[in-house]
Design a protein around this ligand. Structure first.
Ligand code: GDP
Ligand code: MG
Length: 266
């Protein structure tokens, strides 16, 4: 049985992972202009959603009131993350929720979210509060200055990681190095190609068929998008608020696969 609550979820786009341009017609038809569409991919993040949404809206309401939307794309999490989010939509009308049942994976979730987005600026942020929210304003400022892509980086300026083990630091840098060897012209354009925290101008990816594998949506955007100007903003990667990381060895294998697919696509 489909409940009314499920009915008000966003319909999941199907077919190619392609973001469309905003036409003059759609612009004229929409009553309010959305500047920023921020996608939050989730899997088993129910503990973090209330704090995340409350803090995000508090921040964005002071800066760009009524000009943003938050799009949760959940992969039918067994802890009912989508439902926790859906229950908040009355209080937070700028919050929209998608629950995917047929597709899985972080990167495709992000693109599916962008496909239903209304904004000119498309962003992504983790749900676990590891990405400091204030950085959003700096990223948006870079896009407004004219950047096609603004990446939050752990390796520029004040950036860093809070208290990562040696093993985790090694794996992260190793993955970056591997990327530099396989796809130097793409991975070498940013100091933190592993970042999952960035904004891209819709026009830079509109019409491109994206086919990301695994976790690293930024590499897909850098490679297939029409990115001329890249800006970077330093940030310190925080500890998770609640729940746990979904990263396993599978994501490292998928990363390698993704790099190779892009290498031969070029
Ligand atoms: N929709 C969706 N989201 C995911 C998936 N895997 C991870 N996420 C979300 O992506 C973000 C980053 O994942 P996380 O496990 O915290 O990665 P880490 O920060 O690198 O340890 C979080 O908001 C996760 O809930 C997935 O398969 N599908
Ligand atoms: Mg995380």
């Amino acid at each position: 049985m489909i409940t009314t609550q499920e009915n008000s979820l966003i319909i999941v786009p199907t077919g190619l992972l392609k973001v469309t341009a905003i036409t003059e017609n759609t612009r004229k038809l929409s009553t309010i202009e959305i500047k920023l569409s921020l996608v939050i991919p989730t899997y088993k993040e129910s503990q973090n959603i209330p704090t995340l949404i409350q803090r995000l809206t508090q921040l964005l309401d002071t800066q760009i009131p009524n000009a943003y939307e938050l799009i949760i794309v959940d992969d039918n999490s067994p802890d009912l993350t989508w439902q926790v989010a859906q229950n908040m939509t009355q209080k937070y009308p700028q919050l929209r929720v998608m629950c995917r049942k047929k597709e899985r994976g972080l990167s495709t979730a992000v693109v599916r979210g962008w496909q239903v987005a209304k904004g000119e600026v498309l962003g992504v942020i983790d749900a676990d509060l590891q990405h400091p929210l204030e950085t959003l304003l700096k990223l948006l400022a870079e896009i407004e200055k004219g950047a096609d892509l603004a990446v939050a980086s752990r390796h520029v300026g004040e950036g860093g990681v809070s208290d990562w083990s040696i093993v985790r630091r090694f794996l992260s840098r190793g993955a970056q190095l591997l990327g530099l060897v396989i796809l130097p012209g793409v991975v070498g354009r940013v100091s933190d190609p592993m970042s999952g925290y960035f904004m891209v101008h819709r026009s830079a990816i509109a019409g491109e068929i994206l086919s990301p594998v695994g976790y690293k949506i930024l590499i897909e955007v850098l490679c297939r998008g029409n990115i001329r100007w890249v800006a970077e903003v330093g940030y310190v990667f925080q500890e998770r608020l609640g729940g746990e990381s979904k990263v396993t060895w599978k994501q490292y294998i998928e990363y390698l696969q993704h790099l190779l697919i892009l290498r031969f696509a070029k």
